[in-house]
Write a protein that binds this ligand. Sequence first.
Ligand code: NAD
Ligand code: ZN
Ligand code: ZN
Length: 343
Amino acid sequence: MKSMRAAVVESFGADLNVTDRRVPTPERGQALVKLIASGVCHTDLHAAQGDWPVRPTPPFVPGHEGVGIVEEIGEGVEDLEVGDMVGNAWLWSACGTCQHCRTGWETLCESQVNGGYSTDGSFGEYMIVDAAYAPRIPEGSDPHEIAPVLCAGVTVYKGLKMTGVRPGQWVVISGVGGLGHIAVQYAVAMGMRVIAVDVADDKLALAERHGAELTYNAMGRDPAQEIQEAVGGTHGVLVTAVHPSAFGQAIGMTRRGGTIVFNGLPPGDFPAPIFEIVLKGLTIRGSIVGTRQDMVEALDFYARGTIRPTFTRRRLDDVNAVLDEMEHGKIEGRVVIDYTEEA
Ligand code: NAD
Ligand code: ZN
Ligand code: ZN
């Protein structure tokens, strides 16, 4: 039996156990991938803490920003070869036949499988992918640098599209963490004018380096009024923050007719002022990752050099320290687990 190192959630709220596990065998339609890199998403922290209404079932291996090399293919796989570089994703697979899948909304499929949540993910030296859904990594990519695009990147790229903000119009990126710092870059690349909001000045400095024109610190306060005074409110807001207060504040930041897209998933609720939403004609919508086509587009922005994740390499053994730093807002951009020998 071949074994590997993997970080396993054995019970919610406890440290992940970095331990030996059996290397899985690819079944029909699947491939076995040897990991090179994996981003650490805040969703992995929600998964390990079990703080969402729909919980995964321990023991499981988190991680859905994995990049690696196909080492073995299962029966019936014709469009992947040993040696190809592929990734995993939150949308690990979907049914392909339901109404949502048929109409280009596979991200809403009720039979979808989620990487690192309902099937084992990329916090291990090997992972299984579904050949029909595994993102293909563009040639010439740096596997560590591109890893965050597989969830953070595609999620905010899709989220920005859902705001309907056009070139030359204003968008707020609320929360400048793993998702938000890439959102600033996609928004700039898409011709939008960017305002960044976070509760930490170092995150706002990162947003400025990536092209935000105005920044506001929301620690203990609501910058909505200042944003109204500065630009007359924004056409769109993309909320990637991990605190519910940012969701309510988004309503006050928007100009009449604007659209607010929620990407962030902190457990909880926020008060929504009905009068303001109705009179301003606001649209508030959720957005979950992106389809395979959104993924191709999101990866292409990276391949063309228009977006570039800010990241720090760490070892799998550090995963608990990384999650602790994430919980306390201490990470700049993304942390990417490095599985290569030389690190
Ligand atoms: P992260 O920890 O890297 O970043 C979160 C950021 O929010 C930090 O910069 C933090 O300072 C900031 N923040 C905290 N409180 C805030 C406040 N009140 N106002 C403004 N900013 C605030 O997390 P991440 O990996 O970027 O993920 C963010 C959220 O998005 C998580 O809840 C995650 O589960 C969710 N997520 C959703 C999708 C989706 O498809 N919808 C995909 C990936 C992640
Ligand atoms: Zn994610
Ligand atoms: Zn489906």
